[in-house]
Design a protein around this ligand. Structure first.
Ligand code: NAD
Length: 255
């Protein structure tokens, strides 16, 4: 049997990158899924693909920063599947720029999606996970919650904040059987990484070569490698883990 057999999971930022890889893996492991993303088209084609392989999956075009949209997605999940066991709050945006030059709106939007979005997903999902008898909440933070990166002050702040929220939520909800952990991926081959290159004014090839040269494992990660760590945190394989940050970064922060 799959490692998520009988489980119902919500994945946000599911239409691309780490979220999409996790949707495929969670479905293959038997989970019933609610996939949330702002990108309707990408979401629709992923859902179609998963359905064709026999998965039970629904989706919602929702912005995680908007409370009514998040609440509606959680309600729709429980209405369809009757339960909720796993929240993988993974939606995020990168944004790069020096603080003195960064428009305030951009700072606000990064915090709004990466932090407030995760908060809102937790806010509406946790009561339902509790009613379902417990489960697992996973936030996608970043290795940049642990180390700095040039031109990424707002992003680093938003991701470090998720570590604090992870620990506090773990204390608040452990007795309800809800584990709360976060993932700290390193450089992963997704559109988000390559948009960062653009924002830094670098060519993708140059940016890739620089990352690879500094990376202890000598390569960039694949979304599937992060999805496997998310599966570990979502499943009972991590039954005694809560309040933790799981670093999956090819050794980048070991320097
Ligand atoms: P991605 O851009 O491929 O996917 C992110 C998805 O989130 C997109 O489909 C996008 O439409 C969606 N999204 C963005 N804003 C949203 C919102 N407000 N509401 C709902 N959905 C929204 O990027 P990815 O690399 O797969 O990123 C996933 C997570 O991993 C992010 O939180 C990111 O910060 C984190 N992360 C990525 C890397 C990396 O190198 N790629 C490293 C560390 C952490």
């Amino acid at each position: 049997a799959g490692r998520l057999e009988g489980k119902v999971a919500i994945i946000t930022g599911a239409a691309s990158g780490i979220g999409a890889a996790s949707a495929r893996l969670f479905a293959a492991e038997g989970a019933r899924l609610m996939l949330v993303d702002t990108n309707h088209q990408a979401l629709a084609s992923l859902v179609e693909n998963l359905e064709r392989s026999g998965a039970q999956v629904i989706s919602s075009q929702a912005d995680v920063a908007r409370p009514t949209e998040v609440a509606a997605a959680v309600d729709a999940t429980v209405a369809k599947f009757g339960h909720l066991h796993v929240l993988f709050a993974n939606a995020g945006i990168s944004g790069r720029g020096l603080v003195p030059e960064m428009p305030l709106e951009e700072f606000d939007r990064i915090l709004e999606v990466n932090l407030r979005g995760a908060f809102l997903c937790a806010r509406y999902a946790i009561p339902q996970i509790a009613i379902s008898g417990g489960g697992s909440v996973i936030f996608t933070a970043s290795e940049l919650a642990l180390v700095g990166s040039p031109g990424a002050a707002a992003y680093c702040a938003s991701k470090a904040a998720l570590l604090g929220m992870t620990r506090a939520l773990a204390l608040d909800h452990g007795k309800q059987g809800i584990r709360v952990n976060c993932l700290c991926p390193g450089a992963v081959d997704t559109p988000l990484l390559w948009r960062s290159a653009e924002r830094l004014g670098r060519s993708v090839d140059e940016y890739r070569a620089e990352i690879i040269s500094r990376m202890p494992l000598g390569r960039i990660g694949q979304p599937e490698e992060i999805a496997r760590a998310a599966l570990f945190l979502a499943s009972d394989d991590s039954s005694f883990m809560t309040g933790a940050a799981l670093v999956v970064d090819g050794g980048w922060t070991a320097r």
